[in-house]
Design a protein around this ligand. Structure first.
Ligand code: HEM
Length: 476
């Protein structure tokens, strides 16, 4: 048992002297430690920290905290923890506990400030130096320094929709392989497309997995494990094969006719891209769950489209900083834009699920209703349905808007395309009947060139070897 002694028994002078004195007295009377009194907390801390640390000079203790900062970098590098709780423990609790070491030399507030600045200063310096050093495995690849040290600037550029322009500028400056993040490179070499993106290429990277942060499941597009992806892909393959796609043709034609009519009725200046959004959203709702959206007729009073667009912009941050997903999960208010966009889509899909099948829509296959198999978990079906709506409407409306943007800003091209359309579709032909589309080279070229200049998915298709797989060697 420890005996309670009064702190006044100690000769208090300067803190350093006091510390040394106490050590001697403790060694002399090793079982005598105060358990109450105003200095009790300092003694209790001795039970937590090794006594030997307390005798160190202030400089030595600061050095010790700096080493802890470097050790924390090693932990982050090795385990790549993404949980908010672990981040809190390593980045707040740990330096806070370390600051107790300094209280024998400094006032509590100064001890905390010194411990935090030393710990985080060395942690950040260690990370920065490592990422720029030849020790990093991507050291040999050129790129801007701020991309090498963090992906924040890249995420910011992406959230403004100009990632593809920025990446092209980087390739023009640095060559075909550019380091665009601490652990990421961009490749422009056509000969590597198959090795990286082909069926035998690399699995998906972590970027899209962060998107489904609100669910314990990941939708098809974010699945990194090739086997899990293959299994989940099966109903999609059934739903989107050529004969299934043909069944959607009449619905698409009807929606296109509705778009032409609606746009034709506009009197004042209007936002054509918004109408393309309504068109693709209405059609995707038809395709995915047999209807339920009439934006072309009624507009968007509940702002489904606007919310979805805002959510997609905000998701760019999660694409590039996927470790933010757990923060988004823990602090839902910070991602209200994304949640609102997602919820309005999910509610519609839930309604469709409860109503049952009206015709062979995408949900019919995604729920395995077409083969009479086991229905996948409810949440997966909702996620997949939502993926289809977003992937199908945002991309196609973007491409249509961009095609018209380039056509209107290049009258020569517009004229040439118009003459091709007139050739294949004179007034006697229905221009919404796609039978001649495959034979129209200029139309094809206009669409492809638009996709090249303004990719529909500007965030790209990230790939990465699976952790523990040993990586994959590509290139000459
Ligand atoms: C202009 C039109 C479109 C473009 C440019 C486009 C582009 C892309 C890209 C780049 C990916 C990511 C591929 C990857 O990283 O692995 C993707 C995936 C996907 N897209 Fe599209 N897309 C378009 C239209 C559609 C439509 C209409 C649907 C309708 C359902 C759709 C459904 C999907 C799905 C389900 C995935 C995930 C595929 C997988 O992981 O296996 N997309 N798309």
């Amino acid at each position: 048992m420890y005996k309670c002694i009064s702190p006044t028994r100690f000769p208090y002078g300067r803190k350093e002297e006091w510390s040394v004195y106490r050590w001697h007295s403790n060694r002399d009377q090793s079982r005598v430690l105060p358990v109450s009194g105003k200095h009790c907390s300092q003694y209790k801390r001795e039970l937590i920290f090794p006594l030997s640390l307390k005798f160190l000079s202030l400089q030595a203790l600061v050095l010790y905290i700096a080493v802890c900062g470097i050790a924390t970098h090693a932990v982050f590098k090795h385990y790549e923890p993404s949980s908010v709780v672990i981040h809190g423990a390593l980045l707040i609790i740990f330096p806070l506990v370390l600051s107790a070491l300094l209280t024998s030399h400094l006032h509590l507030s100064n001890a905390i400030i010194t411990a935090f600045s030393t710990f985080h200063g060395t942690l950040c310096s260690s990370i920065l130096l490592y990422r720029l050093s030849p020790l990093h495995s991507l050291y040999q690849f050129p790129g801007p320094v701020f991309c090498k040290i963090s992906k924040v600037s890249f995420a910011w550029i992406s959230s403004h929709g100009t990632q593809h322009v920025y990446v092209r500028q980087l390739h023009d400056k640095y060559g075909d392989i550019v380091r665009i993040g601490p652990n990421e490179i961009s490749i422009r070499d056509v000969s590597l497309i198959n090795a990286v993106m082909g069926t035998q290429g690399l699995p998906k990277g972590p970027s899209l997995a962060g998107r489904t942060f609100q669910s314990k499941f990941t939708s098809l597009i974010g699945l990194r494990d090739p086997h899990a992806h293959f299994i989940r892909r099966k109903p999609w393959n059934r739903a989107l094969n050529m004969s299934a796609i043909k069944e959607f043709q009449p619905i698409l034609t009807a929606r296109a006719a509705q778009l032409v009519e609606s746009v034709g009725q506009q009197q004042d200046i209007f936002d054509l891209s918004r109408w393309f959004g309504f068109f693709t959203y209405d059609f995707m709702c038809d395709m995915v769950f047999g209807g339920g959206s009439e934006m072309l007729r009624e507009g968007d009073p509940q702002q489904h489209w606007d919310r979805m667009q805002k959510a997609i912009d905000a998701l760019m941050w999660l694409d590039h900083l996927p470790w933010l997903a757990d923060y988004a999960r823990k602090f839902p208010r910070s991602v209200a834009t994304i949640s609102n966009g997602r919820m309005s889509g999910i509610k519609r899909i839930e309604r469709r699920k409860n109503e049952g099948v009206s015709r062979k829509d995408l949900m019919y296959s995604l729920s395995n209703e077409d083969i009479g198999g086991d229905t996948p978990p409810h949440e997966i079906v909702l996620l997949e349905g939502f993926l289809a709506i977003v992937a199908g409407s945002d991309t196609t409306s973007g491409v249509l808007s961009n095609v018209f943007y380039y056509l209107l800003s290049n009258p020569e091209v517009y004229k040439r395309l118009q003459s091709e359309v007139d050739r294949y579709y004179p007034t006697s032909e229905d221009s919404l009947d796609p039978q001649y589309y495959p034979q129209m080279p200029y139309l094809d070229a206009v669409i492809n060139e638009t996709l090249r200049l303004m990719p529909a998915v500007p965030s790209g298709s990230q790939r990465a070897p699976l952790i523990g797989s040993g990586g994959k060697l590509v290139g000459p």
